[in-house]
Write a new protein. Structure first.
Length: 426
């Protein structure tokens, strides 16, 4: 009788181990796409889809390319920011530089003259000249009249015998005056400055333009903040690397400063160094600027904050995202084998392959396609939350369930093994 009981217990233990193995496989990848292998070259490439960005974890580090034997295949993620060439469209030279000492800050104001009195200065790069070694941490502001200042950027500059950093790029805008604010304890001798409009031309890759979901949450913010004169627009970007967004606005004439922050940051107590982007949107009878540069930010949601001062809010009717899809290059050793891309596992992080060192030298590659994104069957049952609602906890509900399940089985096994050892000693 005891022998039969032991056999039953052994079978139960084997069954529990099998369940653990099945669960491990089930939870290892929440999503996958089959890769359609074509061509004769051993290296294949394909562009990521919007679904992969949306459902991947750990900034795409959980991605794996798997063959039919469930083996990971070497791959590299190529960030598609395009092949860019730059040229200087227009340059302006400083006409006056003055330093103002205040009790808590030092201000260096630089004035520039337009090359044509009938054409306003338009620039996005500032370079200073100095004949002494220095290091400063600054906040940069711009103005059209030298009295009302708009925040542009924050950073550092330095000049040493070995290295120097004397220029900075910022959003294209119309300013004749630029002001560096630095601590009173820091010293810098600026002998001259060059302002320029540097143009970047992206070649070979055509950006994708897509309509983005957005919501005006100003009423929600007003309840938390007194004396509010801002509009808060929540924009869903689903972790796609957004280069810029363009706004469709009904109003005819306006001039507003804006700030963009990651939605995860406490936007009520925002600070200048939390900004993803700052600048100005405007429309006059002869020109307009409705494009906001985001520099390929990757986030679930961003928050656009528009300063209205004493004006009524402008009416935004549409927001379009401008982005480039990244590319995967992988080694396909067996052209007859089947492959898939898997993603969505928060426990997985980046793997390092040799291909990362030499992929730019690979000349012969075949562009392949992906089938539609699919969910793992069991994981799909466990993910019955409404679309768009995410668990704030870093672990999904299915991972918490899985860990509790494993913990329970582990406790049962430990108790059984302990009792078995105790009996064997007798």
């Amino acid at each position: 009788m005891k022998i039969n009981n032991k056999k039953k217990i052994s079978k139960i233990i084997i069954l529990l181990f099998m369940i653990i193995i099945i669960k491990s496989i089930t939870f290892s990848d929440q999503f996958y796409n089959k890769i359609n292998i074509t061509g004769e070259n051993k290296y294949k490439e394909f562009y990521l889809t919007e679904e992969i960005y949306k459902n991947s974890a750990n900034s795409l580090e959980d991605i794996r390319i798997i063959n039919s034997k469930n083996e990971a295949v070497p791959y590299v993620l190529e960030i598609s920011k395009g092949n860019t060439n730059t040229y200087i469209k227009e340059s302006y030279f400083s006409s006056d530089i003055k330093t103002i000492e205040k009790s808590d800050v030092k201000e260096i104001i630089i004035k520039f003259e337009p090359n044509d009195k009938n054409i306003d200065i338009l620039a996005n790069k500032l370079e200073i000249k100095s004949n002494k070694n220095f290091y400063i941490e600054y906040q940069l502001y711009g103005s059209n009249n030298g009295t009302k200042w708009d925040f542009i950027a924050k950073g550092d500059m330095y000049s040493t015998p070995r290295d120097s950093k004397l220029s900075l790029k910022f959003r294209e805008d119309y300013y004749e005056y630029y002001k560096f604010q630095i601590p009173t304890t820091e010293e810098v001798s600026i002998t001259g400055a060059i302002l320029s409009n540097e143009i970047e031309l992206t070649e070979n890759i055509k950006p994708i333009v897509a309509n983005l979901e957005f919501e005006d949450i100003t009423k929600e913010i007003i309840e938390k903040k007194e004396n509010n004169h801002e509009t808060y627009i929540q924009i869903k970007i689903n972790k796609v690397p957004i280069k810029s967004i363009s706004l469709v606005i009904q109003d005819d004439y306006f001039d507003r400063n804006y700030f963009v922050v990651d939605k995860s940051i406490d936007y009520i107590e925002k600070r200048v160094y939390d900004y993803i982007s700052v600048g100005k949107i405007f429309r006059t009878s002869i020109r307009e600027n409705l494009i906001i540069n985001l520099n390929f930010i990757i986030s679930d949601e961003i928050l656009l904050i528009i300063s209205n001062t004493d004006n009524r809010p402008i009416k935004i009717t549409e927001i379009n995202g401008n982005y480039l899809l990244d590319k995967i290059i992988f080694l396909c050793e067996d052209l007859k084998d089947t492959y898939k891309i898997t993603y969505g596992d928060e426990s997985r992080f980046k793997q390092n392959y040799d291909i990362e060192k030499y992929y730019k030298e690979i000349k012969e590659k075949d562009m392949v396609t992906l089938d539609k994104s699919e969910k793992n069957a069991i994981a799909s049952e466990l993910r019955k939350d409404e679309e768009g609602k995410k668990d704030k906890n870093k672990e999904g509900k299915e991972n918490i369930f899985y860990k509790l399940f494993l913990g329970l089985i582990s406790v049962i096994l430990i108790i059984y093994v302990a009792k078995s050892l105790k009996k064997s000693k007798k």
